[in-house]
Design a protein around this ligand. Structure first.
Ligand SMILES: [Cu+2]
Length: 283
């Protein structure tokens, strides 16, 4: 047993420095959208319910093992099913309790959460189209006529040859997506090639980007800052190298950023975004 612990510890130490491990947490990241908050709330609720049940059931088991054991004089029950009222009560009340927990205590808030997650259109103030591509993300603001690609910028020597890793190793890009704070953003995802998945943990959203299909989700980010995520659907050899970075800024900063993107895109505005992507890949 001790050698197993030693082995586990050495694997843990070999897999990363203390600084790298410090970045890992046991709980969800701080929620910054209504969906993320709701998800965390549901998770905590379910956790409390199952922990109480777990300790209750195991407590009863251990109690029974100890008290009703053979050498204390107990005989095994010749039990084939409930026959009297008391036995029926013991059968039906846990069943009723589980049904109540499942359909009421957990079911009602879960239902509300799912309905909320899917409501992408009510009061949406901005639409962003996210296209996954091996191995980068393309962002488009269709109404504003802005589109650009976002690629990882982590230097290859940090990945391949053991150079010291930067603070945002594998989670840094050239063109982050910029969003205004406190605005409901409707996202539409799709893909150019294989299935990808756009995921930002602090937003509580993850949606597959499927070629030939449009999938939707939404986010209202309530706090300015930089949020990072990753592609979370295995999409080829560089799946691990297509991070998501979102800068959430004030409305004014967003307007400035959007205007600068529009100005930069002006000469090639006539070229379809997909064609731009093909050209960029060919270079
Ligand atoms: Cu991917």
């Amino acid at each position: 047993m001790r050698s197993m612990y030693k082995f586990a510890l050495s694997v843990l130490l070999a897999s990363g420095s203390a600084a790298a491990l410090a970045g890992y947490a046991y709980n969800f990241p701080d929620p910054v959208t209504p969906i993320a908050r709701e998800t965390l709330h549901m998770h905590n609720l379910v956790m409390v319910v199952i922990l109480v049940l777990f300790f209750l059931v195991f407590g009863l088991l251990i109690y029974s093992f100890r008290v009703h054991r053979k050498d204390a004089g107990y005989k095994a029950a010749n039990y084939t099913g409930p026959t009297n009222r008391k036995q029926w009560l013991w059968v039906l009340s846990p069943f009723a309790l589980l049904a109540f927990l499942d359909y009421v205590v957990i079911g009602i808030p879960a239902y509300h959460a799912v309905v909320m997650y899917e409501d992408t259109k009510t009061d949406a103030e901005l639409v962003v189209k996210v296209t996954g591509s091996q191995w980068l993300w393309q962002y488009e603001f269709p109404a504003e006529g802005v589109s650009f690609t976002s690629r990882m910028t982590t230097p290859r020597d940090q990945i391949d040859s053991g150079a010291a890793k930067g603070e945002h190793y594998l989670l840094e890009v050239d063109n982050p997506l910029v969003l205004p704070v406190n605005k409901k953003v409707r996202f539409i995802t799709t893909s150019n090639d294989v299935i990808h998945s756009w995921w930002v943990p602090a937003f509580g959203v993850k949606r597959d980007a499927v070629p030939g299909f449009l999938r939707e989700f939404w986010a209202t980010v309530e706090k300015t800052g930089t949020y990072r995520g990753q592609c979370s659907e295995l999409c080829g050899k560089e799946h691990g190298f297509m991070p998501v970075v979102v800068n959430v800024v004030t409305q004014e900063e967003f307007a400035t950023w959007l205007a600068s993107k529009k100005a930069a895109a002006a000469p090639t505005a006539a070229v379809a975004p997909v064609a731009q992507l093909v050209l960029a890949k060919a270079q």
